[in-house]
Design a protein around this ligand. Structure first.
Ligand SMILES: [Zn+2]
Ligand SMILES: [Zn+2]
Length: 340
């Protein structure tokens, strides 16, 4: 099979590799669609802890083509998405329902072979059937799960005013999930007009500059940029007694300067959110119901050979770039397409 391999920081090529065999309790998936995520960019740039060489790719969907011994819930031919974080289910955090902090954490595309390849294996326990969703929609199950976990932590209440800073793929998912919580208004900060227009289409008020956001105005302020100057601004935007959710991933080792007295004087609650915690079925349900629409988020579909081009599109943040999907099997519809 062909697999995109990051041999070391900034060294990437497409190689021939043997198709992996599914171990007991694992399934083998032919990958139809795999999103490029900030984590993949970090791995490529050498800014992530992990061993090289690695085949990246953790936001994906495809069709099961073989199953290992002991697999019972999933079968060959199933159309599936995957929760790439693999918890051991046998350490103290796992047993305390904090699987996102598993002490023996593994992740497809980070610590084991990922989905930027024609085939990938995954434990059956992290694989879910997507039914009649498209594979491209299935590739959003993982980022949407993280967003659902974040919105649950943000505790948006009926009638709240919410500000979301940044309207990349994550900001636009945060917006749509926030709207399911019954706010009276969601304002989205985004400097790219095309993304701003998408935010408006999903029901937000769009502003292009940070200075256009009023101070002391929002019950909940969510940062989806991970950019330190934007994050530093969040306490000023929140109302007294409000809260801040720092969702965007900042650079490793970065120091954030926050106005400590403002946080004190306003009695603010400041939270972060780390990956997801069994939110896969919620993600499936929200896409299936139409409450979260992801089709418009896909701006580019590229073959494996054009991975670096996809990364460059994301890093340059060009006007029309939202989500870049890789098609490792050359098409979004491999094998038998059962969608009706
Ligand atoms: Zn991701
Ligand atoms: Zn564990």
């Amino acid at each position: 099979m062909r697999a995109l391999t990051i041999a070391q920081a900034n060294r990437v090529d497409v190689r021939e590799m043997p198709v992996p065999d599914p171990a007991p309790s694992e399934v083998l998936i032919r990958v139809a669609a795999c999103g490029i995520c900030g984590t993949d960019v970090h791995i490529l740039r050498g800014e992530y802890l992990g061993d090289y060489p690695i085949v990246p790719g953790h936001e994906f969907a495809g069709q099961v083509v073989a199953v290992g011994r002991g697999v019972s819930r999933i079968g060959s031919g199933d159309r599936v998405a995957v929760e790439p974080n693999i918890a051991c289910d046998n350490c103290n955090p796992c047993l305390n329902n904090r699987q996102n902090f598993c002490q023996n954490w593994q992740a497809i595309g980070v610590t084991r072979q990922g989905a930027m390849a024609e085939y990938v294996t995954a434990p059956e326990k992290v694989v879910v059937e997507i039914g009649d969703l498209s594979y491209a929609q299935g590739a959003f199950i993982e980022p949407l799960s993280c967003v659902i976990h974040g919105i649950e932590r943000a505790e948006i209440a009926l009638g709240d005013r919410v500000a979301i800073l940044g309207a990349g793929p994550i900001g636009l998912l945060l917006l749509q999930v926030a709207l399911t919580r019954g706010p009276v208004e969601v304002t989205v900060l985004e400097r790219q007009p095309a993304r701003g227009a998408l935010a408006e289409a999903y029901g937000a008020r769009w502003v292009p500059t940070l200075t256009a956001l009023p101070e002391d105005a929002y019950d909940v302020v969510i940062d989806a940029t991970g950019a330190l100057p934007v994050m530093a601004r969040t306490p000023a935007l929140a109302r007294k007694g409000g809260s801040v959710l720092l969702f965007g991933v900042p650079p490793r080792g970065a120091k954030l300067s926050l106005d400590a007295f403002t946080i004190f004087e306003k009695g603010l609650t400041v939270r972060s959110s780390f990956t997801s915690r069994r939110n896969t079925f919620q993600a499936l349900a929200l896409i299936r119901s139409g409450a979260v629409r992801v089709d418009d988020l896909v701006s580019h579909r590229l073959p494996l050979e054009r991975f670096q081009e996809g990364v460059a599109l994301i890093e340059e943040g060009q006007e029309d770039v939202v989500k870049v999907l890789m098609l490792p099997s050359g098409t979004e519809l491999p094998l038998t397409e059962t969608r009706t």
